[in-house]
Design a protein around this ligand. Structure first.
Ligand SMILES: [Zn+2]
Length: 489
């Protein structure tokens, strides 16, 4: 009850401050409900990255009551943040409507500069509204799912780890699905991989035709570097068809593979990975979708359930982690959703299993190629922690719960035969980074305002406001919204 009381007190306080209309002195905006001090240690523990949390969870001593209260607190804060985003978004909608009325009234008048200004403002408000939708529908759920996953890990991992150790001791772990890791390259995950090549080519053509494929990054050294890493992983996988690799010039933090062995790494992903083992982990995960023919299996499933998707749609959805990917990018830039990818694959009920399978195989391939397989966990945890990163969040959208993905990956890593040394970082990776920075700076300026638009776009306006930043904690974002909402009352 304690934190609920706190929440209502804060809200009362907030209303009090702002309704008294004191405009003389700037008062710090009220914060969203913070966890009671009691949970300071727990909050701190939950900030740890997953790989560290796996090591430390055994020593953390929180009782069931602490964890329960913390969980409750997370739910309350989540509801609060979502509400804030919705309310703020509604405010933007209202303003948009007012300006559109004004624009209509001014039709036929000669004051074109004024009308231009109005259209710019409407454009900006639309973008702001889309950012609020993104916050409410995606970022907030993602951020709090991450928080809950960490609590679950603190609670359950010590017992889980004991069980894993027993399975290793008894040899029972060898019975697991795809436990035959010494035979990687000589097992059939799914027969007839080569049948997917034509499907992949068709999907690629269609995606290009729809304008959904960003262009290739114009830097041969980076392309070569990524290709080398990817081919190395492929050579240590169950892939039986050639792998074609391309780095795309897009800010989105993503990677995807089309059926038939077409692997795309987006520039944003390269910017976010910290070492080669993280990059290899993501690539290995994507290669696993190809070896297990997930697109094709999903396609068959879709046909069987008479939900008709095209291969390109299936590919785009499963492989970019959901509807969010490309669409989110456009929504953030211009304030609308487009491209018709807003489909929910969860309806088909298989994408979850595919994701877990790709995690398992991916960990195996990275390990076989000599990489530290925990690179995948480190990268995943890093992105999950970036609440402000809408574009990154697309990666998690339709995926299974964090807790399960992290624990399943960690378990698989523990089952794998130990190696004397792992590759974590390489000189080539470090040399790639400055090149990437240069290429990114160039293409960010070149591409500014050059994205295709679904609505007529007013030229010559200022860039739409970005209402939150990648690194910002979700609480800080919500707290600012409170200020904004209150100020407009
Ligand atoms: Zn995946």
């Amino acid at each position: 009850m304690k934190s609920r009381r706190m929440l209502s007190m804060l809200l009362l306080l907030a209303a009090g401050i702002w309704s008294s209309g004191c405009s003389q002195k700037r008062i710090a905006p009220p914060s969203p409900p913070m966890a009671p001090e009691l949970h300071d240690d727990l909050q701190k523990a939950a900030q740890l990255p997953y790989d560290q949390l796996f090591d430390k969870a055994v020593d953390l001593k929180f009782n069931a009551k602490d964890l329960e209260e913390m969980r409750k607190h997370l739910s309350e804060t989540q509801a609060y943040c979502k509400q804030q985003a919705k309310t703020t978004g509604t405010g933007y909608d209202k303003q948009t409507n007012q300006l559109m009325d004004e624009l209509k009234r001014s039709a036929g008048q000669a004051d074109e500069p004024k009308r231009h200004e109005l259209r710019c403002q409407i454009q900006d408000l639309r973008s702001s509204k889309a950012q609020m939708d993104m916050l409410a529908d995606q970022l907030v759920p993602t951020a709090f799912q991450n928080g809950r996953a960490k609590l679950e890990l603190i609670e359950k991992w010590p017992t889980e780890e004991q069980q894993i150790k027993q399975q290793i001791e008894s040899g029972a772990y060898r019975q697991r699905h795809w436990g035959d890791v010494t035979d990687i390259g000589f097992r059939t995950i799914q027969p007839n991989q080569k049948d997917d090549i034509k499907r992949g080519e068709d999907a690629l053509r269609q995606l290009r035709h729809e304008g959904a494929m960003p262009r290739e990054l114009d830097n041969k050294q980076i392309q070569d570097y990524v290709n080398t890493v990817a081919q190395k992983v492929a050579a240590n996988s169950d892939l039986q068809i050639p792998l074609k690799v391309m780095v795309l010039d897009s800010k989105e933090v993503n990677a995807f593979a089309l059926p038939g062995g077409f692997l795309f790494i987006q520039r944003g992903l390269l910017e976010e990975v910290d070492d080669e083992s993280q990059l290899a982990g993501v690539i290995a995960h994507e290669i696993s979708h190809v070896t297990a023919r997930h697109s094709y299996r999903l396609y068959k499933q879709a046909l069987a359930s008479s939900i008709v998707y095209s291969m390109a749609q299936i590919a785009a959805i499963i492989l970019t982690g959901g509807a969010a990917g490309v669409g989110a990018y456009y929504a953030l830039q211009y304030g609308f959703y487009g491209l018709g990818f807003a489909l929910d694959l969860n309806l088909l009920g298989v994408s979850r299993d595919f994701e877990l399978e790709a995690d398992q195989l991916g960990v195996q391939y990275a390990w076989k190629a000599g990489y530290d397989p925990e690179g995948f966990i480190r990268f995943f945890g890093k992105m999950a922690g970036k609440h402000g990163y809408a574009i990154g969040a697309s990666w998690f959208r339709t995926h299974p719960p964090f807790y399960q993905r992290m624990v399943d990956s960690k378990r698989e890593i523990m089952y794998l035969p130990q190696k004397e040394s792992w590759i974590v970082q390489t000189l080539q990776f470090e040399q790639m980074k400055p090149l990437l920075k240069e290429a990114a700076a160039k293409s960010n300026t070149a591409q500014e305002g050059k994205r295709p638009a679904m609505q007529p776009k007013e030229e010559g306006c200022e860039k739409p406001r970005q209402l939150y930043k990648p690194e910002e904690p979700i609480e800080a974002i919500c707290s600012r919204l409170e200020e904004r909402t209150a100020a407009s009352r």
